[in-house]
Write a protein that binds this ligand. Sequence first.
Ligand code: URA
Length: 210
Amino acid sequence: MPMPVIAVHHPLVRHKVGLLREADISTKKFRELTGELARLLAYEATADFPLETTTVQCWSGPAEVEQIAGRKVTVVPILRAGLGMLDGVLDMIPNAKVSVVGLARNHDTLQPEPYFEKFVGHLTERTALIIDPMLATGGSMIATVDMLKRQGCRDIRALVLVAAPEGIAALDAAHPDVRCWTAAIDSHLNEVGYIIPGLGDAGDKIFGTK
Ligand code: URA
C-alpha cells in the first residue's frame, strides 16, 4: 500500500514554506510562492510517470530520446484556494486538462457538498492531481476524491501546501489508495479548523480578500 502522505523535504520547498508563513506577507508574494511550490510539488508527484523511447531528428542526426508514455492528466483545483496552485502545476504539465470542483459546507450535516463540478472526459484513463493549499479536516479533499471515483478515475493524487495530522488521518481512513504530496505537515487544527501554525486563510491570501 503506498504511503498516503509524502512530505517533500527538498530545501527549496522548506525555504519557500517558511517565507509563506510570514504574517504580513503581501498578496503578490503569497501568490508567487504558492505557484513556485505548486511547481515543485507537481515535479515530485509525477516522478513515477513511465517513459518510452522515441527517435527524433537531432542536429547531429537521429537520436533516441525519452518522452512520457501517453499519460493523460487532469488537474483538479478545489474552489477557490486551489486556483492559486493551478498555473504552477500547468507550467509543469502544460497539456493537462482542468476539472473544477466547488464545495460548500451543509449547515445541517456539516458535511461538504458540491455546488459546482465540471469534469473533463475520459477520467477512467486520466491521472487526477487534486490541488488545494490546505489539508485541514480533509472533508473537501475526501469529497473531491469521492466525486472523481464516481466518475471512474482510478489514479488520484493530491497536492497541498500544508497538511494537518487530522486531515491526513481522515484522508487515509477514507481513501488509503490516494497519495498526497505536501510541502509541510503541521502540528494540529485549532478549535475553528485552522491549521496551526499554518498559513491562515489561504484563499484570502491568494485572492487578497479579508
Ligand atoms: N483553510 C485555510 O485556508 N486555512 C486553514 O488553516 C484551514 C483551512
